[in-house]
Design a protein around this ligand. Structure first.
Ligand SMILES: [Zn+2]
Length: 83
């Protein structure tokens, strides 16, 4: 019965990088990325912000080393455009 609580939790799975499909930049096809942090601010005026101060939100992103495009950014824009 204890196994049920483990569902959705973090499980340690060992992946072999050779099993992975290479993900290239959507713009130039480059396979190398550098980590970066995208910053956002939730304004104190935002009703969803209970703190009363501006809150800095950090999200980890990957930038193409060749053209500088953020990985995944083109895909998101396409989805927004279709809606
Ligand atoms: Zn690129």
């Amino acid at each position: 019965m204890n196994q049920v609580s483990a569902v959705g939790g973090q499980r340690q799975v060992q992946f072999d990088p050779r099993d992975a499909t290479s993900q290239g930049c959507e713009n130039c096809g480059c396979f190398h990325f550098k980590p970066a942090v995208r910053l956002g601010v939730i304004s104190a005026l935002n009703p969803k912000n209970p703190v009363g101060n501006d809150v800095l939100i950090k999200s980890e992103v990957y930038m193409c080393m060749k053209c500088g495009l953020e990985y995944g950014s083109l895909v998101k824009k396409e989805k927004v455009g279709k809606c």
